[in-house]
Design a protein around this ligand. Structure first.
Ligand code: HEM
Length: 154
C-alpha cells in the first residue's frame, strides 16, 4: 500500500493541489458542501425527533432533502479526495481521519435503516424513526469533530 500512496502523492495533480492555492480552495468548497449535507440532514433529523416541522409529514422531509444531501456529499467526496491525495499515507494513518471514514459508514447504514422504516407510512413517528434521527444527529456531529481534528494531528 505504501508504494501506492507514494505514487499517488507524487502525481502532478497531487503536487499542484498541495503546493498551490488549490488546497485552501478545495478545503473551502469542502466546508460549503458539508454545510449543505449536514444542514439538509439535520432538518430531517429534527423532524424525526419531533422538534420541528410537525405540521408536515416526515415524508416531505425524506423526499425533498436527500437530493441536496447527495449532491453536497458528491462535492464533499471529490474535494476531500483532492486534499487526500496530497498526503495519502499521513491521512491513512491519522486516527481522526479513520474515525471520520468509519462514522461515514455508520451514517450510511443509518440512512439505509431509515429508508426501510419509511416504506411503512405508520412508522413515521415511531420510536425507531426517532432513534434513527438521534443517531444521525450524533454521528454527523462526530464526523465534523473528526474532520476538524484531522488537521490537528500530524
Ligand atoms: C459529507 C461528508 C464529510 C464531512 C461532513 C467532512 C468534514 C470535514 C471537516 C469539518 C473538515 C475540516 C475542514 C476545516 O477545518 O477547514 C474536513 C477536512 C478534510 N476532509 Fe472531510 N468531510 C467529509 C467527507 C470527506 C471525504 C469523503 C474525504 C476523503 C475522501 C474527506 C477528506 C478530508 C480531508 C483530506 C480534509 C483535510 C484535513 C486537513 O488536513 O485539515 N472528507 N472534512
Amino acid at each position: 500500500m505504501d508504494e501506492f500512496w507514494d505514487w499517488l502523492s507524487g502525481t502532478e495533480l497531487a503536487f499542484q493541489i498541495g503546493a498551490t492555492w488549490w488546497f485552501p480552495l478545495l478545503e473551502s468548497l469542502h466546508v460549503v458542501a458539508l454545510a449543505v449535507v449536514v444542514g439538509s440532514i439535520f432538518f430531517v433529523d429534527l423532524r424525526l425527533l419531533g422538534v420541528m416541522g410537525m405540521r408536515y409529514p416526515v415524508r416531505v422531509f425524506t423526499r425533498e432533502l436527500p437530493p441536496w444531501a447527495w449532491g453536497g456529499f458528491g462535492v464533499a467526496f471529490i474535494t476531500g479526495l483532492g486534499m487526500f491525495i496530497t498526503r495519502p499515507a499521513a491521512y491513512a494513518a491519522n486516527p481522526a481521519f479513520l474515525i471520520k471514514m468509519g462514522l461515514l459508514v455508520v451514517a450510511a447504514a443509518n440512512v439505509f435503516v431509515l429508508h426501510r422504516l419509511m416504506l411503512d407510512a405508520s412508522a413515521e413517528d415511531s420510536r425507531g424513526a426517532k432513534l434513527t434521527g438521534l443517531i444521525s444527529l450524533l454521528v454527523w456531529i462526530g464526523i465534523i469533530v473528526a474532520g476538524r481534528w484531522t488537521g490537528h494531528i500530524n
